[in-house]
Ligand binder design. Structure first.
Ligand code: ATP
Length: 238
């Protein structure tokens, strides 16, 4: 079966800064992929460029059989590819429900949107309870849930999560990883950037270790866990 996402010779530049320097990878339907690496390795640049938030300098991205290399972000969510970006980025002065509604932007199928509301509120009852509150009044963990819930509103087939557990209390971190497994059970394919390497290796099927904009090791999470490169990448990193 063809992979859901296929990325070839992928480069991302910011002026003279070469953040991503020629990576190749595939994600198959139903997988959970971990993207690991120290600060500045190029993980967020990869995620952001896959969904068109920063330009792809060169290379090719095929999603669900279509070349989406230079697609605008608003065309990708309706196609089934959505990013929950690093840093929560919820709109603090909009209500929880308004934030969620923004996640359904560009989705025309009213039945699909109704199903997305049901799904999101049943996954996150607290967001239903607080739907009329300003998102800025939620706790850090709840804002992270809202960021993921907003990404789910478009009904993604492939959900990219950039540092979903960053800055959260250990109990909430566990909930985030339980959610990742639950979403996979519901048929969502996931690629997760994580600084919590132990948890990422526990839930993911395969992983890629990035350094200097390239992949230095890839393999099953079992293989990665035993790789010297993984251990040295995180020495001295927080
Ligand atoms: P972190 O976990 O710190 O976000 P990362 O692995 O996600 O790290 P990126 O944020 O993708 O790494 O950064 C890769 C490189 O690109 C770094 O050298 C970073 O300084 C640089 N970079 C990232 N964003 C920009 C930008 N908007 N302008 C210029 N350089 C950038």
């Amino acid at each position: 079966m063809a992979p859901l996402l296929s990325v070839q010779s992928f480069h991302v530049h910011y002026g003279p800064v070469q953040a991503v320097r020629g990576i190749d990878f595939e994600i198959r339907e139903g997988e959970i992929i971990a993207l690991l690496g120290a600060n500045g390795a190029g993980k967020s640049s990869t995620m952001n460029a896959l969904v068109g938030l920063v330009p792809v300098a060169s290379g090719k991205v095929v999603f669900d059989g279509r070349d989406i290399t230079h697609n605008a972000p608003e065309t990708l969510a309706p196609a089934g590819l959505t990013l929950s970006p690093e840093g929560r980025r919820v709109f603090g002065t909009l209500s929880v429900a308004e934030n969620l509604m923004m996640g359904a932007y560009g989705i025309r199928d009213k039945t699909a949107i109704a199903a997305a509301w049901d799904r999101v509120y049943s996954l996150f009852p607290i967001l239903h309870e607080r739907r009329d509150q300003f998102a800025g009044t939620l706790s850090g963990g709840q804002q992270q849930m809202l960021a993921v819930a907003r990404a789910l509103m478009s009904g993604p087939r492939l959900l990219l999560l950039d540092e979903p557990s960053l800055g959260l209390a250990p109990k909430i971190v566990e909930q985030v990883f339980e959610l990742i497994l639950l979403l996979r059970d519901q048929g969502v394919t996931l690629a997760v950037v994580e600084q919590n390497v132990a948890m990422a290796l526990e839930v993911a099927d395969r992983g890629y270790l990035m350094a200097g904009g390239q992949f230095v090791v890839s393999g099953t999470t079992g293989e990665l866990a035993h790789s010297d490169a993984l251990h040295s990448a995180y020495l001295g990193a927080d």
